[in-house]
Design a protein around this ligand. Sequence first.
Ligand code: AMP
Length: 414
Amino acid sequence: MKLRPVRGTHDIFGEEINKFNQISKVVSKNAKLKDFREIQTPIFEFSNLFSKPLGEHSDVVLKEMYSFEDRNNEFLTLRPEYTTPMIRAAITNNLLNDIPLKIFGIGPMFRRERPQKGRYRQFNQINFEILGTKDVLADVELISLSNIILNELLPRNKIILNINSLGDKHSLSNFKKNLAKYFNTHKKKLSNESIKKIDSNPLRILDSKFEEDIEISKSSPKIYEFLTKEAKMHYENLKKSLKVLDINFVEDFNLVRGLDYYCNTVFEFKTNSLGSQDTLLGGGRYDGLIKVLGGPDIPGIGWAAGIERIALLMESEKKINSNVHIAVTNEKFIDYFLHLQKYLSENKISYYWNYKYNLKKSFTKANSSSASHVIIIGENEFNGNFYTIKSLLTGEQKELKLDQIYNFLNDKSR
Ligand code: AMP
């Protein structure tokens, strides 16, 4: 049988891993600036952690979870998203004694979706959550944080922020009833998939990708008309603050997000450069979810972004190569070479060596990798207790004592 990775999974290396590392660096830096604490949770949890809150009718629960029965009849699931595990961790580690709690995490998620560009069965997410405040400024802080991170990583013209409000429970249940009524009267024109959702989950018809559904949704009732006074005020305040911060957004009344637990603010950063997998980041408020999971009745809000999708949009970094290559002419000089290695490591100078005691081969490799310098270790160097450094840019060659190498390499006039 041919050796291959599992469908929908991928190995991350080369340019992509450089991008991943850069994303992680930018995320951690900004998390620190805004005082979010990092959490890493296990990649699997008890299945009911997900099935209850994610909504029995959502796609993730119905079709996409990787679940299995463990030996002692426990049902376990590879996490399909990060919000519920984070809340579980906050509850079980008593972190909610000190709220608001600001946490973030980065790691792999698993969904059995149909793989395509930007959509995998194992993919990586960045997640930020604020637990324990209803204040609209928490919504603003999270949106502004995502805006800063994405703008630091991506060209500005590639992304657009969409926002909407789903209102509170009362607004939402009223809206759902009216929506179901509307879709029932236009049932014949809907896709088969959407017809099944009319009574169970009419909201999901609004973000259907089928043309016929999009057409019918255009004239459907809008959630905005059903918002309670309080929910409307929350939404208006959100928009006001985003304007103060100069964060551009568009209102999308059909933005409902896939998971069942959202209320009030929902938002997504989208791009038009990735085809149908156009959402880079999505989030929203989930007042009520923490209680459903067995915690206190406190509100929460968060977002998740897909690292693979961000990486797809990032411009390629310059190839990261070691600029300094080493050429050792004979195994006799191993100890002398080790002194050089120790010196270079202590001085944080990255270097490359091809494990070949052959001057010609080392130079060929250095030239093909566009190295800037080659440090040569041979009979003369060993006997004279110096190292020869050759610049491949100018051809200049110099004999240096070990402790002169750092200054030589860092002399920008060279
Ligand atoms: P969601 O939890 O569905 O709101 O997803 C949040 C973000 O995770 C999305 O905006 C995507 O960037 C990313 N994402 C979700 N599902 C996948 C997937 N199957 N493959 C790659 N990225 C994904």
